[in-house]
Design a protein around this ligand. Structure first.
Ligand SMILES: CNC(=O)[C@@H](NC(=O)[C@H](CC(C)C)CN(O)C=O)C(C)(C)C
Ligand SMILES: [Zn+2]
Ligand SMILES: [Zn+2]
Length: 164
């Protein structure tokens, strides 16, 4: 069913709240908290948006680690395959970001899929960005181990600034 009536292309506010629901057993909660906060700050620096953590389910962006069927129309596929997905801006499920707990993620930048990089990609979608055809962009559809120091390509920065 087309949810365009609640899905927008962008948030119509500058302060966006997020809440972390189900965690992963693969990482300490404090590590998840800080990697998620860092991933939001990548976009905050580039857009002027502010992200505020809340502990209620009424937050704009619900962040969760889930597996297989998890209550939306996009069940995960077990190990390998899709690492995560996120809904575009909007009410309810809008902005929500889910990580496939069967394979996502690590805190290392060389081994496995780095949670900071995956989260930053997903939050790009949660803010309204689509995929890029540029392999050097964070919004490229395939995971590449980007250096945490400069996750965003010039194209990513241009695109987020075109939206906010
Ligand atoms: C290693 N596996 C991959 O590279 C897989 N790609 C992903 O899981 C994307 C997320 C990465 C880019 C963080 C899915 N996506 O676009 C979510 O917004 C496949 C290319 C296999 C689908
Ligand atoms: Zn989901
Ligand atoms: Zn994507």
């Amino acid at each position: 069913e087309e949810y365009s009536h609640i899905q927008g292309t962008r948030w119509n506010k500058n302060v966006i709240t997020y809440s972390i629901g189900r965690y992963t057993r693969d990482l300490p909660r404090s590590t998840v908290d800080s990697l998620i906060e860092s991933a939001f700050s990548v976009w905050a620096r580039a857009s002027g948006l502010t992200f505020v953590r809340s502990h209620t389910r009424s937050a704009d962006i619900m962040v969760e680690f889930v597996t297989h069927e998890h209550g939306d129309l996009y069940p995960f596929d077990g190990p390998r395959g899709t690492l995560a997905h996120a809904f575009g801006p909007g009410l309810g499920v809008g902005g929500d970001t889910h990580f496939d707990d069967d394979e996502c993620c690590t805190k290392n930048t060389t081994k496995g899929f780095n949670l900071f990089v995956v989260a930053a990609h997903e939050f790009g979608h949660a803010l309204g960005l689509k995929h890029s055809r540029n392999p050097g962009s964070l919004m490229y559809p395939t995971y590449t181990s980007l250096h945490p120091a400069n996750l965003l390509s010039r194209e990513d920065v241009v695109n987020i600034n075109a939206l906010y």
